[in-house]
Design a protein around this ligand. Structure first.
Ligand SMILES: C[S@@+](CC[C@H](N)C(=O)[O-])C[C@H]1O[C@@H](n2cnc3c(N)ncnc32)[C@H](O)[C@@H]1O
Length: 274
């Protein structure tokens, strides 16, 4: 669901950092399709209610309520300015009826409360849970998610890895009128702490530097699955991306085989079942 009638800006002066973020980082149609398919396969029925944790502008939650009549979504973000953005954008994106099925809350994901509980699916995308940097902190989050899910609920997380995940480097992706720069700025090999930025460069030479900043810990898949099991999830499966004939990722995620390829960088999904 791209931002409606959005013309890519040619200068940093007129740019909205969240518009740029949604355009270059998120792919919510793919995400919602994956959640729907995997949940159906596991539970034999389509999921109805979804909570988007660390929601930012709540683009995924909006896509969820548009995806199917009757779908409901709750979206949580701790930052009041960000929730205000999400609310304003939901008015542009959704009909009144669709908005009646969306609840936006300024709330810590570790305390989703009554409105954020009893959901079929919790979605935490773009590695946002890496904000929890210690085992007790991440375990407390996973426990809170498990408690808040409906009895056969499922948690979906994404994960990036490979040896490039801990390299200090900048990676550029060109769009029509701007370039997205992912800057893995500092990595601490003792703590696995990483500081990353997103910058946007424009055709006129202007730059929106440090539009977003992330202070994370780079977790590994075995550490994360271990904590999910400790939090009481019955299963924590991994969805691994297939490759095209050139050996590049093809966007199709399937349950991982016993011998996944050890590649330089990858994105995978973790699917934790209550
Ligand atoms: C990068 S955005 C994620 C946006 C979107 N969900 C995505 O997948 O791209 C991360 C958001 O997490 C929020 N956040 C960080 N810690 C949080 C917490 N403990 N509880 C709720 N939101 C939190 C920040 O305010 C920020 O808006």
């Amino acid at each position: 669901m791209p931002p409606t009638r959005w013309t890519q800006p040619t200068t940093a002066r007129r740019a909205d950092r969240w518009d740029l973020y949604e355009h270059s980082v998120q792919s919510v149609e793919h995400e919602v399709g994956l959640v729907d398919r995997v949940y159906r396969r596991l539970r034999g029925r389509p999921p109805r209610s979804l909570r988007e944790d660390f929601c930012g502008t709540a683009l995924s939650a909006c896509q969820w309520v548009r995806h199917r009549e009757g779908n409901t979504a709750v979206a949580l973000d701790i930052d009041p300015g960000t929730i205000a953005q999400a609310r304003e954008r939901s008015h542009r994106r959704l009909t009144e009826e669709q908005r009646s099925r969306l609840t936006l809350l300024r709330r810590d994901v570790r305390s989703p409360g009554r409105e954020g509980s009893g959901v079929d699916v919790v979605l935490a995308m773009n590695f946002s849970y890496w904000v929890f940097k210690t085992r007790p902190a991440l375990l407390a989050y996973f426990r809170a998610v498990r408690r808040s899910l409906a009895p056969r609920g499922v948690l979906f997380l994404d994960h990036f890895g490979g040896w490039a995940a801990t390299r200090e480097q900048e990676e550029r992706t060109r769009y029509h009128r701007f370039t997205y720069v992912w800057d893995q700025h500092r990595f601490n090999p003792i703590t696995n702490g990483i500081t990353c930025f997103i910058h946007f460069e424009f055709r006129d030479g202007t730059v929106l530097r440090r539009a977003f900043r992330y202070d994370w810990r780079v977790w590994t898949i075995p550490e994360t699955r271990g904590l999910l099991h400790e939090a009481g999830f019955r299963r924590a499966g991994v969805l691994w991306e297939g490759t095209d004939r050139h050996g590049r990722g093809n966007g199709v995620f399937r349950p991982a085989s016993d011998r996944p390829e050890a590649c330089e960088s990858f994105v995978a999904y973790l699917v934790a079942e209550k």
